[in-house]
Design a protein around this ligand. Structure first.
Ligand code: SAH
Ligand code: SF4
Ligand code: F3S
Length: 515
């Protein structure tokens, strides 16, 4: 690409920041350069086409900015955030920064935040408080807040008012502008705020420093258009935009050739993949069918919305091979009335019907889920419907949450008559069922030989190695460290509530892996 094209594409990317937002008057707090967030603007879904930029480049003038400096990124929230952190780390390295784990020696600290529940946000505010003394000791230190919390107006206002140790705030749509944002923070010495309320374009070829060299995350789409009434994500991540299949396939091929063994495809609602393509009929089932042919042992995806889970996808997944027989299928509630006010757009019956269809084609599938208890006005009977649905499906694991009101979402305006104590009690009762079913699912493996992708030393006990099966069961076992990064056959000797213990049988040669 020549210089002219590069500048044109850079301008096209940059122009989003000024055109996409209605500026708010934050000047009473600060007179810095800012583009402030607006949940109202974030909700607007325009018809404008997504531009694909294949050519991310860091401007020459920023190269070397990080020489002699170190960066640290704290990551909260989901895999999407973890993966964004990998991209930002990639950009830092290109700028010449070195990574550090030690806050005392970091020259830039970024908090990549999550807004999904109130306690996630409180942790970040607590942490920001802890960082203040560092800033006093080292005035050259830059502290930045990015990720989903930055997309919320209320959070930005709160930081402006109370956390003046923060030097920069940027959102989820413009992480590729990290070099420009850092540069501005160094120059201006005032809080730099660049949060785009409308999503940016899809930018390819961003640098990445992946955590580990066995498993890799690959984004297949960004954003969410579902607007479940409790959820902040459609506001913080923008409208659904799918990456082009050729870019995804090329990335997966390249990871396979680098020796990665497992890919997790990422999206807030991967089943909507391809819905936004105007000129092609290409959906998740087509993508999975293409990825199935790539020589890599395992491919997973997360997260699936039950509503868009179609028959074509079930047919492709049923062919297995490198497509694992584990589906995370968040149900949220077992009561059709609750599902209706959550705007999930399916019922208890249609969810059970989907499970039946999946099981008919994939009898050995492991299903896991997400559940919210204590949604406004949930009755005891409605909660019991959740318990009964859990047992009926026989989920093997679940992430369970007490409902947390998120400002700006429709549910936050609903009156709620369920006391917190009742919500806590429901969570406990649900978790008891989750534990029981998780233990039961693991018990089935007692004495069996399972295929484990070995990730390295167990976090709890460095004398044993740990890894996961295709169905995402954690297995701990004794083996030489060289087995790390490989697939191994392990004989299960003990099934616990949350994990399996076993003995190494043998390392699997790569040509044996196809199931
Ligand atoms: N896109 C995914 C969910 C991402 S958020 C999906 O729809 O499947 C992960 C989980 O957090 C959700 O499934 C839900 O169970 C929970 N969650 C989201 N908003 C919440 C809120 N306001 N309070 C409590 N839990 C919430
Ligand atoms: Fe949130 Fe619903 Fe979108 Fe999942 S599908 S991210 S729960 S709005
Ligand atoms: Fe949290 Fe944003 Fe993920 S709100 S769950 S980090 S998409």
């Amino acid at each position: 690409m020549n210089e002219e094209q590069r500048l044109a594409s850079q301008q096209a990317i940059n122009s989003k920041s000024s055109s996409a937002n209605t500026e708010k008057d934050y000047s009473k707090y600060f007179q810095s350069t800012y583009t402030a967030p607006s949940l109202k603007d974030a909700k607007k879904r325009g018809k404008e086409e997504i531009q694909y930029h294949k050519d991310f480049n860091i401007d020459e003038q920023f190269m070397g900015m990080g020489t002699g400096r170190k960066f640290l990124i704290r990551t909260y929230g989901c895999q999407m955030n973890e993966h964004d952190t990998e991209v930002m780390a990639g950009i830092f390295l290109q700028l010449g920064y070195e990574p550090t784990e030690n806050v005392e020696e970091a020259n830039v600290i970024l908090m990549n935040t999550c807004a999904i529940r109130e306690n996630a946000e409180n942790r970040v505010f607590g942490e920001l408080g802890h960082l203040k003394p560092l800033k006093l000791k080292n005035p050259d230190l830059l502290i930045g807040v990015c990720g989903c919390m930055s997309q919320e107006e209320a959070v930005v206002k709160k930081i402006l008012k109370t956390y003046n140790q923060v030097d920069m705030i940027f959102g989820t749509h413009n992480i590729h502008r990290l070099p420009e944002i850092l540069n501005e923070a160094y120059l201006s010495k005032e809080m730099v705020i660049e949060v785009w309320s409308k999503e940016g374009d899809v930018i390819e070829n961003l640098p990445k420093v992946r955590k580990g060299n066995t498993k890799a995350w690959v984004n297949i789409m960004y954003g969410c258009d579902k607007f479940c009434t409790y959820c902040i994500v459609p506001y913080t991540r923008g409208k659904e935009r799918s990456r082009l299949p050729e870019d995804i396939i090329q990335e997966v091929r390249s990871l396979a050739s680098q020796g990665y063994q497992e890919i997790t495809l990422l999206g807030q609602n991967v089943n909507a993949y391809g819905k936004d393509f105007e000129n092609r009929q290409y959906r998740l089932s087509h993508l999975m069918d293409d990825l199935r042919k790539i020589d890599i042992p395992r491919i997973r995806f997360t997260t699936s919305h039950p509503r868009d889970f179609d028959d074509a996808l079930i047919d492709v997944l049923a062919q297995k091979g490198n497509l694992v027989e584990h589906i995370h299928l968040p149900v949220q509630s077992g009561s059709s009335d609750m599902l209706k006010i959550m705007a999930r757009k399916y019922t208890r019956e249609s969810y059970l019907e989907l499970v039946r269809k999946i099981r008919a084609k994939m009898p050995d599938v492991a299903l896991t889920t997400d559940i919210i208890v204590g949604f406004p006005n949930e009755t005891e009977e409605q909660f019991e419907e959740t318990l009964s649905l859990y047992k009926e499906v026989g989920f093997e694991m679940a992430y369970t949450y007490i409902y947390s009101a998120r400002a700006g979402t429709p549910a936050a305006k609903m009156q709620d008559n369920v006391p917190l104590e009742v919500k806590k009690d429901r969570l406990q009762r649900l978790n008891a069922v989750v534990n029981e079913y998780c233990g039961k699912a693991l018990k089935k493996y007692d004495g069996e030989i399972v295929e484990v992708l070995v990730e390295g030393e167990s976090k709890r006990n460095p004398d044993v190695l740990a890894g996961y099966t295709r169905k995402n069961k954690l297995v701990n076992f004794k083996a030489p460290k060289e087995v790390t990064g490989k697939l191994a056959k392990v004989k299960v000797t003990e099934a616990k509530t949350w994990s399996l213990s076993g003995e190494l049988v043998e390392v699997i040669a790569s040509e044996e892996v196809k199931v």
